[in-house]
Design a protein around this ligand. Structure first.
Ligand code: DOR
Ligand code: ZN
Length: 425
């Protein structure tokens, strides 16, 4: 194989002393290998992280290519420092068969910007009535290991139990959107002081906490793996603490927006802040940050949820929930956690790669490892311009904000997908 050799000069790998990285044929070479004809990347002052891995991305293809495609979402991901994304199943048609997950997987390969790992639906059509073809999706070319009805909760406990039993056989995982539907009928935002003041129907914290508690008990009973999507409340952190202490095989994610924003934003009635689960209170935000630092919440996942203009620029009640996340996640996490590079590498790459079983990802760029990494300028600050996004949608809640940390380059198995802060293709 002959590929370009890259010499990344003077880079600080996850905050360690500056070093050089020589990249060829998809891997990082031993120090001292010949750098002849290498393309030099001046990485003075830059930090190298293992390529980021997003466990929760909505790519909208097939079905809503006006909002996002596998290719446009992949480009946004690469620009955000990601090398792998797990694509949620709530497309149209739903990714509930081997055919659809293989289609998404193939589109990801064709785009070639990040590894796109499809997530399969738990139930047919996300309708919560019958188990989807989990086995056929697992043995398909897409090798699905994560199943989720995200957007909807698998609320029937018997179906949830069956799904956990089924995936246990191949060490799969059920990623639950924890929302007790009877407690959130008509909900528009977090249930609390602000919803009362605005007169909007509330989404109570207990609707999330009750499902996490139930599913932790079920997962413990079955001995299967449970992953909790977008944890948003302080009470959920307490439930996770108990479940983990009891030895339940449970992992959890938090989104950048739940680490930064609160329900106060709903006062603007700007639907860009409408999301499911909703933005919570400052107390919840503080608990989520502490739980992420402690490792009780295992990872950051974006829940990147692109929506077309007509689905967002309307009255709050009619707007779809969800916000963009891929291009801003690292900067938000840097803002929230500070430049704790080992922590960021763990929560945004190593652990999500492990949960998803993506063995090419999550490794420090070191001799012999896949050259799958991202270079970040921690000193740079940039202003979020929705019109400059690689996404087909514009619904970022951070428009106009100045954020720390800029992705300078992203490498996937030795090939740059981003150079000088620009997508390579
Ligand atoms: O805000 C959300 N948007 N939450 C979900 O669970 C689904 C997602 C979407 O698909 O837009
Ligand atoms: Zn989602």
């Amino acid at each position: 194989m002959s590929s370009t050799t890259y010499l990344v000069k003077g880079v600080s790998v996850v905050g360690a002393e500056p070093t050089d990285l020589l990249v060829r044929d998809g891997v990082v070479l031993e120090a001292g290998a010949s750098a002849q004809n290498a393309q030099v990347i001046d990485a003075d002052g830059l930090v190298a992280l293992p390529g980021l891995v997003d466990l929760h991305t909505h790519l909208r293809e097939p079905g809503r290519e006006d909002a996002e495609t596998v290719e446009s979402g992949s480009r946004a991901a690469a620009l955000g420092g990601y090398t792998a994304v797990c694509a949620m199943a709530n497309t149209s048609p739903v990714a509930d068969t081997a055919g659809v997950v293989e289609q998404v997987w193939r589109l990801g390969r064709e785009a070639g910007l990040v590894d796109v790992q499809p997530i399969g639906a738990v139930t047919v059509g996300l309708a919560g009535q019958h188990l989807a073809e989990l086995g056929a999706m697992a043995t398909s070319a897409a090798k699905v290991r994560i199943f989720s009805d995200d957007g909807h909760c698998v609320s029937d406990p018997r179906l949830m139990r069956r799904a956990l039993e089924y995936v246990k056989a191949f060490d799969g995982v059920i990623a639950q959107h924890a929302e007790e539907p009877r407690l959130t009928e008509g909900a528009q935002m977090h249930e609390g002081e602000i919803s009362a003041r605005l007169g909007l129907t509330g989404w109570p914290a207990v609707a999330e906490e009750a499902i996490i508690a139930r599913d932790a008990l079920l997962a413990g009973h079955v001995g299967a793996r449970l992953h909790v999507c977008h944890v948003s409340t302080a009470g959920s952190v307490d439930v996770l603490r108990q479940a983990k202490a009891a030895g339940v095989r449970v992992t959890a994610e938090v989104t950048p927006h739940h680490l930064l924003l609160t329900d106060e934003r709903a006062s603007s009635y700007d639907p860009v802040f409408k999301v499911n689960p909703p933005l919570r209170t400052q107390k919840d935000v503080a608990a989520l940050r502490a739980a992420l630092a402690e490792g009780l919440i295992d990872i950051v996942a974006t829940d990147h949820a692109p929506h077309a203009m007509e689905d967002k620029e309307c009255e709050w009640a009619y707007a779809r929930p969800g916000m963009l996340g891929l291009e801003t996640a690292l900067s938000i996490v840097l803002d929230v956690l500070g430049p704790d590079w080992p922590l960021i590498a763990d929560r945004m790459s190593r652990t999500p790669a492990r949960i998803a079983g993506l063995t090419d990802h999550g490794h420090l760029p070191a001799a012999g490892a896949p050259a799958t990494f991202t270079l970040v300028d921690p000193a740079a600050r940039w202003q979020v311009d929705p019109t400059a996004s690689a996404s087909r949608s514009r619904n970022t809640p951070y428009a106009g904000m100045t954020l720390p940390g800029r992705v300078v380059a992203t490498f996937l198995r030795g090939e740059p997908t981003v150079l000088d802060g620009k997508a390579v293709k």
